[in-house]
Ligand binder design. Sequence first.
Ligand SMILES: [Zn+2]
Length: 424
Amino acid sequence: MTPKYTLRCIQGGEDAPEHYTTSCPCGHASLLRAEYSKKQLTVRNLPGIFRFCDWLPIHRTLPIVSGPVCFRSIALSRELGIPNLYIGFNGYWPERGGTITTCSFKELEALPTVIRMQEQRPATLVIASAGNTGRAFLQVSALTGIPVVVVVPEKAIERLWTTAPADKAVVIAVTGDYTDAIRFSREICTLPQFLEEGGAKNVARRDGMGTVMLDAAVTIGRMPDYYFQAIGSGTGGIAAWEAALRLVGDGRFGSRLPELHLSQNLPFVPMVAAWNERRRNLVPDTDMPDAQAAISQVYSDVLTNREPPYAITGGVFDALTATSGRMYAISNDEARAAEKLFMDLEGIDLDPAATVCVASLLQACEAGTIDKQKTVFLNITGGGYARVQKDHALIPVRPSFTVPAGALIDVIKQEFLETVKSCV
Ligand SMILES: [Zn+2]
């Protein structure tokens, strides 16, 4: 029987065995990509993202409704003079079909990731997060009973809540930034039975996120000409490009890849700096001088990954190159102005990262970098925080441990293992 999918190294072209594999076994600095045996997409009569399970690296589905929604804008479309403006809303907004109670598209990544882990390499997943990804995995853990360990910067703790009790989750706060949280999560994964979730290297995460592009294409009837998204790691941009490649292969949604229009929040804009010089490699001194000070100043701190998958084969640089993409640097004032405009016109509150995305569209209109007669898709990666509280009680999730930046696992090892054991 033909397997549902195989993993292929983008750089070397060789197949990689699937056991929740996240890097090339031959050692190429390359992402792996899932290649699905079905070349044409059949939209299934299933809830949420599972409608697109043909192109997810999983074999079973869950009765969980979280999924992307896409609709044609009226008010913002009129304001900007873009007749074919479509909004992909990934958050909570039941009036528009938005069903993600944790209000962020990260739930689209978390669902296939936990299923893939259980199918391919049962272990305890460890997730490093700036807040939104952690919340998404906590929610999926709460809904499925699958244990997870979430590592976040201390100041992101307030963003961790669920709408069901997350009894099987252990949270660790790091007194540092997102990158410090990533580093401590790697410490945990030196212990046996703990599995690094993989971030951008995890095909389940990318293809989960790619459902936003699939949903856009099936709703619009074709791929958009322009795809707008704010990026921290850029995984969403890579995922959109890969989903578009599959849609080109499908043959029914157009043959031209959507241009990626990606944005970051000033003063922390490393990928904008590198891309504007068409450089494949990030140079920390040039692209992110005074990184910590810059990170502390941005409106949307989920957009502040210091080690994004930019240079790696199949990463952000390649995605921008393949799609003739563009990058935008957005100030906090521009983001706040866009937030107000969107709220007034479309009537829902946004995640700060989504305000950066809206602001990039305003900048594009102003600068004339897009043809307004073409089809524009705006990936609103999160929103509905005010709306969800009308329907759901939000349950805060507290950290079991707090560790300093740069700590080694030994500082909490014994107690941590006992805590995890009591959850499993
Ligand atoms: Zn390889």
